[in-house]
Design a protein around this ligand. Structure first.
Ligand code: ZN
Length: 475
């Protein structure tokens, strides 16, 4: 069995376009000699005239940076993977030599070319850049559109979702004509129309510990537009391990946050939040709502920071957390310090490889609700047989106004503990909410208070609208 050597995109033309090669070698030096012996055109790109490895090239063995070791002598064995990674210079990895601009591109980007901080050189850097967007949703939409319009040469998109009508209020990459289509297909078509010079690399998958390093390794910068904590920590840790800048954005209701995490130059996300909140404490946008324009603002800031990193222009949002309050139209900025005890980027990291992020975020440990849930059709049939059955709607009054089940009693979840006295413990009770999550919390409250005949409507009023009463609007 041989050693696998991964070739970065800018160097692939010198090895027949291949992304990896298998070679026999016992040390890194021997491996690089074999490689450049077989592919002589590669040699000047890897080595300076005096035979030393060029300063913009780093070599990793099994994802470990070996610069601190005696690089050439580092032993390797069969089955190891050696990666050649062009280094980060001026905030960005720049493929050498920079690509040329076509006449069409010169015309298209003319407003950039006349900007002193961009110019032809900057535009070529944008063309050479490879940016990975994690999520093609609310934040990913404006980020992808502006990065594509600006001429970022390669955009990687990770998403596994299908466009849903409820996405269109904010996810402007997609349109009414692509409802039901995969988000990546929808996004690729929109980007192609906007700027056909952009190469879109699609990763139609959930980003998980098993694939994150392989995907992220191929890009210069990551823009994190995820909507859940396990993926956020995964993106952070993978970026720290691979030394990639992570352009962070998050949104909730009327508030947004943005920062640039690059462990080599400042704090990482874990320096800011070492641990996630317990599951359920912070509701998702699907549960809590989000103002449609907000991801447009935060995602655009992510695009701006990404472009600055590529150009090496201005002052990046490293070591600073930008807070945005849409209702007050106020930006605030907090200074972030690097945590010397950070578990991933600190002096003595305890996280040296990707972990199980679902478990880390406490997901999967929820109690089982076997037998405690009832389907919409079952509830309908049972209610007809037993009109005494009590259905409690635990949503908020403004949701009740959008749609409600006739005969259900509205008691918002937050008021339930104080209003238990209104309920008759002898009656069969079914709780319901929008999608069936809050009604399980209500069920826990009622059970803890001694109510024994309680169940929760699986899928909430949405399932009721689909399966029982199609006259109800879905939201
Ligand atoms: Zn850190």
């Amino acid at each position: 069995m041989a050693v696998t050597i991964l070739i970065p995109t800018p160097l692939r033309p010198f090895v027949g376009g291949r992304d990896s090669l298998q070679l026999e070698a016992r040390s890194v030096g021997e491996l690089l000699d074999r490689l450049t012996g077989d592919h002589a055109a590669l040699k000047p790109h890897l080595f300076a005239d005096d035979g030393r490895l060029r300063s913009f090239v780093n070599v990793y063995v099994n994802d470990r940076d070996i610069r601190q070791l005696a690089q050439r002598e580092t032993p390797i064995k069969a089955g190891d993977t050696v990666s050649i990674i062009p280094s980060i210079a001026g905030g960005t990895a720049v493929a050498e030599p920079l690509p040329k601009l076509s006449h069409e591109e010169i015309l298209r980007y003319s407003r950039h070319l006349i900007l002193p901080d961009v110019g032809v050189e900057g535009q070529k850097k944008l063309k050479a850049a490879r940016v990975l967007l994690v999520g093609a949703g609310g934040l990913g939409s404006p980020a992808a559109l502006y990065l594509a319009a600006a001429g970022v040469g390669t955009l990687g998109l990770v998403d596994f979702d299908v466009v849903d009508k409820t996405n269109l209020q904010r996810q402007i990459l997609h349109g009414t004509s692509t409802v039901g289509v995969s988000k990546l297909e929808s996004a690729a078509a929109r980007i192609r129309d906007l700027n056909p010079n952009v190469q879109v690399e699609r990763f139609e998958t959930r980003l998980i510990s098993e694939n994150a390093l392989d995907i992220i390794r191929e890009f210069d910068i990551v823009a994190d537009g995820t909507d859940n904590f396990p993926t956020r920590y995964l993106v952070n840790d993978a970026c720290v391990l691979l030394d990639k800048p992570n352009v962070y954005g998050s949104i909730f209701r009327f508030e947004g946050q943005a920062s640039v995490f690059h462990a080599k130059r400042g704090p990482c996300y874990r320096c800011l939040y070492a641990e996630p909140p317990p599951p359920g404490l912070v509701p998702s946008c699907a549960e809590g709502g989000v103002l449609g324009v907000l991801p447009g603002i935060i995602g655009s800031i992510q695009a701006m920071e990404t472009i600055k990193l590529i150009l090496g222009a201005g002052e990046p949002l490293i070591g600073r957390l930008l807070l945005f309050d849409a209702l007050k139209l106020q930006f605030r900025e907090l200074t972030l310090e690097k945590d010397p005890d950070c578990p991933v980027c600190g002096a003595h990291p305890t996280v040296t490889e990707l972990i199980d992020y679902q478990a880390f975020c406490g997901i999967g440990a929820e109690p089982s609700y076997d037998g405690a849930e009832i389907s919409a059709q079952e509830l309908h049939d049972e209610w007809q047989r037993n009109p005494d059955l009590l259905v409690i709607d635990v949503r908020e009054p403004h949701e009740h106004e959008i749609a409600h089940i006739d005969g259900a009693v509205l008691i918002p979840l937050g008021e339930l503990p104080d209003r238990l006295g209104e309920l008759d413990g002898h009656r069969e009770i079914v709780t319901h909410c929008h999608h069936g999550a809050r009604s399980l919390k209500a069920l826990d409250i009622l059970k803890a208070a001694g109510f024994s005949k309680v169940r929760s409507l699986r899928g909430g009023i949405d399932a009721w609208a689909v399966n029982v009463d199609p006259s109800l609007p879905r939201y």
